[in-house]
Design a protein around this ligand. Sequence first.
Ligand SMILES: *[C@@H]1O[C@H](CO)[C@@H](O)[C@H](O)[C@H]1NC(C)=O
Length: 300
Amino acid sequence: MLFFRSLAFCCALWLTADWALADQPTPIVLWHGMGDSCCNPYSLGYFAKELEEDIPGVYVHSLRIGNNFAEDTENGFFMRVDKQVQKACMIIKKDPNLKAGYNAIGFSQGSQFLRAVAQRCPDPPMLNLVSLGGQHQGVYGLPHCLYPTHKWCDFVRRALNYLAYESVIQKMLVQAQYWHNPTREDEYKHGSLFLADINNELVINADYKNNLLKLKNFVLVRFNNDTMVEPISSEWFGFYKPGQALIELPLELTDLYKQDRLGLKQLKESGRLHFLQVNGDHLKFSREWFNKEITEKYLK
Ligand SMILES: *[C@@H]1O[C@H](CO)[C@@H](O)[C@H](O)[C@H]1NC(C)=O
């Protein structure tokens, strides 16, 4: 009798726990952009709070790379991207709230970093990836820096124009690691420590492709009047046609797509690669737009 009662009790508990879990919204991981930090009350901290209001009960984890906010911001300029991605993977794996899977939202460079997390660290699974103004084919120009303007911006910009593929600059500067000079494709493919690797430029890493294909949806948001990213088409995985820096190719006309080096063709053909656009400058979107186009469709 006692046995049956405890059995019933255990199963009732188990069912309740299961039901409660099924009812919880999918947790969300955020990764901030250059010059920003995980929890800045005027940017990502504010955005996280809005998400929590708009998706009741959601768990939001804004990644902090470093021991405090200042370190997190500096690391966005100076910590080797591979190391940042490795840290992010560890943080995500250690968070018990994320173990059943999570959605991810990247801001600017945080978008390509989260894509690297999806490609390199499939456990726990990333379900939907939203890229807000990410530079998936890199940048060839950094006309402005992000809010709040950071003291390192101008230095970074100058260094990259001349020395992006010098090994010492590659190792030191985050933005050099996704600098893509279309007039020196060969140097980029051999010299870029981060972007050339995650974009399977020299070799095809089958894990990267297979893992990216596990995404339910990959949402690419482009800001049509972006003054901070050059070229803007990089936000949709497009880039300058190799050998020059005037004509831009959309993703579908690049080798990356035609040879399906990353699985993007398969993602698109299965209706899981989405191209959204917003009229406005870098990361300038309204809460209403975000709720209608992103939250309702991919996060709820
Ligand atoms: C933003 O870009 C779009 C598309 O290129 C264009 O139609 C629109 O006029 C631009 N808006 C502003 C304010 O420049």
